[in-house]
Design a protein around this ligand. Structure first.
Ligand code: INS
Length: 375
């Protein structure tokens, strides 16, 4: 593991999800910019002190030379380090599971994609919510035509936790609003890429043709990084989309919602109630589909862990993705990546797409909120 040490918002979720099904073990880490604190953290987790490294470069060099060295690294660091750490890992022959957004620029993301392809390595991206069972069900309902032709994609990830300048007291918030560590955006990259990827999973045939973005910094000290943004999208098929993302939606919890509207009906998923999917067919009573129930598509039940009625949550969603990352890694190591061609997981292509989308949104917003082609 690189990053994810003391004070990290997400390190614990990464570790728990990776180890849930026994496919991964935590055996080495460069957990912190402060080597002493990183080492203490690793020892507390039960690691061999010799495998708690001062930095990622030392970890990759030493581990690559060990017969029992790490085969995969989780990167849970601020955004500005994703590109160099992922690149160094791939060059050392190590698979990667990286936080989003994958890089600052599309060019960097494409560079990683080329290296991963050349070396036959997996890069998984932590779009964790996409591992929820009901996202799979949503994808099946669109694929089997239940909704009819898709017309409207309505995305939202708008929490209220940063309605005031909490970054003054919170290191986890501070780097997110600093362009040096966060990159060209705050909420577009940090939040909106989650529902964006979910929409890609549910509607894989929709390709964005052009988009328009308007972004604001309601807490002025965050400028040029936005804490609120609205995006309009047009797809090749004639469908349209919107995405509202915010960290200043005062009073709201996560408010991550995905609504897909077709010519016959709509589905809606909300991450605060991830075990349910609302299905509304025009002219019929609305239905609330529940995780684990036999009326779901067999593929949606494939990941079922504890049967219907018991709430599953973020850890299970992330664990589902880690299970798929593990299958993908095995297939690549066997030299047979085609074996997992149908496996649905956020890989390098999803990482590239997220970065491309953010970059295009920023280009549109900074030109005054104009339509720009999505290329
Ligand atoms: C959000 C949320 C997301 C995470 C973001 C974070 O509060 O928890 O899941 O990806 O980085 O800022």
């Amino acid at each position: 593991m690189a990053g994810g040490g003391k004070g990290s918002q997400i390190g614990y979720v990464h570790r728990s999800a990776a180890m849930r099904d026994g496919y991964f073990d935590l055996i080495a880490g460069a957990f912190d910019l402060d080597p002493g604190r990183g080492r203490a953290f690793g020892v507390e987790l039960g690691l061999d002190p010799d495998r708690c490294y001062p930095d990622y470069a030392a970890m990759f060099a030493t581990e690559a030379a060990r017969p029992d060295g790490i085969r995969c690294v989780t990167i849970a660091t601020p955004n500005n380090t994703h590109y160099p750490i992922t690149k160094a890992a791939l060059q050392a022959g190590i698979h990667v599971i990286c936080e989003k957004p994958l890089t600052f620029t599309t060019a960097e993301a494409l560079d990683l994609q080329a290296i991963a392809a050349e070396r036959g390595l997996v890069v998984g991206v932590a779009y964790g919510y996409s591992g929820h069972q009901m996202i799979e069900e949503a994808a099946r309902l669109v694929a089997d035509g239940t909704l009819g032709e898709i017309r409207i994609v309505n995305l939202q990830f708008a929490h209220g936790f940063h309605s005031a300048a909490v970054e003054l007291d919170s290191p986890a918030a501070r780097w997110r609003v600093d362009p040096a560590s966060a990159g060209p955006s705050y909420v577009l990259g940090d939040l909106a890429t989650h529902p964006l990827y979910i929409a890609q999973v549910i509607c894989p045939d929709l390709k964005i043709r052009r988009l328009l973005c308007s972004r604001q910094s309601f807490v002025a000290s965050r400028a040029p990084l936005e804490d609120n943004a609205t995006v309009l999208m047009e797809y090749d098929s004639g469908a349209v989309g919107t995405c509202w993302t915010s960290a200043v939606n005062a009073g709201a919890m996560h408010s991550q919602k995905v609504r897909i509207v077709g010519s016959r009906g709509s589905i809606e998923w909300w991450d605060e109630h991830p075990n349910q999917l609302r299905l509304e067919i025009q002219g019929e009573p609305a239905r609330l589909l529940d995780r684990g129930m036999p009326y779901l598509h067999p593929q949606s039940l494939a990941d079922d862990r504890i049967g219907a009625g018991h709430p599953e949550g973020l850890f299970e969603a992330w664990a589902n993705l880690h299970y798929r990352f593990a299958l993908a890694i095995e297939a690549h190591e066997d030299g047979d990546p085609a074996r997992v061609a149908d496996l649905r997981y956020p890989g390098i292509a999803a990482g590239v797409e997220g970065v491309r989308w953010v970059e295009t949104c920023v280009r549109s917003a900074d030109a005054g909120g104009i339509w720009v082609d999505y290329v």
